[in-house]
Design a protein around this ligand. Structure first.
Ligand SMILES: [Ca+2]
Length: 382
């Protein structure tokens, strides 16, 4: 008996209301490229980045190198007494913060994690508190155009789903977009207004439990790994690689991610040898994002940042610092400000008319940044 048929039969036997299955999106369909139909490619384009963030929330050897416009707010995640952990990412479009994403970390299957974290709702309550705090922060006018999304794998995906059962604001407003992967089942009421996307690998062992939960508005299954292998099919890394690969047939950003992550391989279930297009040149991720309206200044700034023994480690580790250095029109002055996680930390205006004095102005700006970063990471309350 096939896995789906077995689960459906058990579901029917359990005589529970709300039994749910995921739509098998990779079967049949139109306009195939390398065997993946248009619907599957669209699904991958909408989810590959969240899949990478869900795996990066584990902070282990499976982490992806993220696109340079996605910045992790803090260098490490917390891990509290019941194993609750999350990471906040900010996605920029140029200078604009367009999206904040909370990635709830899943846990390995085990009695404590499920009982304390999931069944007794410990992770749910803390996940909701995190999302409400971020939502509250985002009510400031500068975040008017910023959207909030929640993602996660396994228990982390279940937490994201459960958090979405209620509004995040005290006024009853506030909904986040949810993208969950191989998620733990949820039993609460899921309203129809919230955008919830659930993606699962067919064969994932949690699929059996999900049969008894409530179905999100969009639930799809893929068979990136052929056949049924409950442990293997639960892997987030495999699913994230598969979605990134499929997305890259249409989405240049996903193609860039393939180039930045050379370990991403062709999904085992893809029989076609056709590869997505990968750009020849890739940029570094820039966790300390330098911005300037002047190419020469941008070049010197980047040189100075990468030469800084204080800032260079952060330059590579995707924390949320940005520095803007702009030439003001006409009078040779430079305006410079440092931003942490979208919040301005300091601002100065310097007069730098001679080419030789630009170098010393940039030195001053970066030295100021070094002092600020050292101070920030030595604060006991952080
Ligand atoms: Ca499978």
């Amino acid at each position: 008996m096939r896995a789906g048929a077995l689960a459906s039969a058990l579901c029917a036997a359990a005589l529970l209301g709300g039994c749910t299955t995921s739509t098998a999106i990779d079967r049949g369909g139109a306009n195939p490229v390398a065997g993946w139909n248009a619907g599957t490619r669209a699904l991958a384009a909408n989810s590959w980045l969240y899949a990478q963030l869900a795996i990066n929330a584990y902070e282990d050897h499976e982490a992806f190198i993220l696109p340079g416009d996605v910045v992790q707010r803090t260098p490490t995640l917390g891990n509290d007494d019941i194993g609750y952990a999350y990471v906040i990412f900010d996605r920029f479009d140029g200078d604009e913060l367009v999206e904040t994403i909370i990635a709830y970390r899943g846990t390995e299957p085990g009695f404590d994690d499920f009982v304390l974290g999931s069944v007794l709702g410990g992770h749910h309550d803390r996940g909701l508190a995190t999302a409400m705090a971020v939502y509250e922060q985002m009510q400031a006018p500068q975040y008017a155009q910023t959207s909030l999304s929640l993602t996660g794998h396994s228990l982390g995906g279940g937490v994201a789903m459960e958090v979405s059962e209620q509004p995040l604001g005290e006024d009853g407003e506030g909904r986040a977009r949810i993208v969950a992967f191989n998620s733990a089942p949820r039993f609460g009421a899921l309203d129809s207004e919230t955008d919830r996307l659930s993606i699962v690998e067919r064969g994932d062992w949690l699929g059996f439990l999900r049969q008894f939960g409530n179905r999100p508005s969009e639930a799809y299954s893929l068979d990136c790994q052929p056949g049924f292998s409950p442990g293997r099919d639960h892997s987030m890394r495999d699913l994230a690689e598969c979605l990134t690969w499929i997305a890259a047939y249409d989405d240049p950003e996903a193609g860039l991610s393939l180039a930045q992550n050379p370990l991403i391989g062709r999904p085992v279930s893809q029989t076609s040898p056709e590869r997505p297009r990968v750009p020849a040149e890739i940029g570094d991720g820039v966790p300390i994002n330098p911005h300037s309206n002047d190419e020469d200044i941008a070049y010197r700034l980047r040189q100075r940042l990468t030469a800084s023994p204080v800032l260079f480690p952060w330059y590579r580790s995707r924390v949320g610092w940005r520095v803007h250095v702009d030439r003001l029109e006409g009078d040779g002055r430079l305006s410079a400000y440092w931003v942490l996680n979208g919040v301005e930390q300091s601002r100065i205006v310097l007069t730098c008319e001679e080419p030789s004095s630009i170098e010393s102005c940039i030195d001053l700006i970066v030295s100021g940044g070094e002092a600020m970063v050292v101070d920030f990471y030595s604060r006991p309350e952080r």
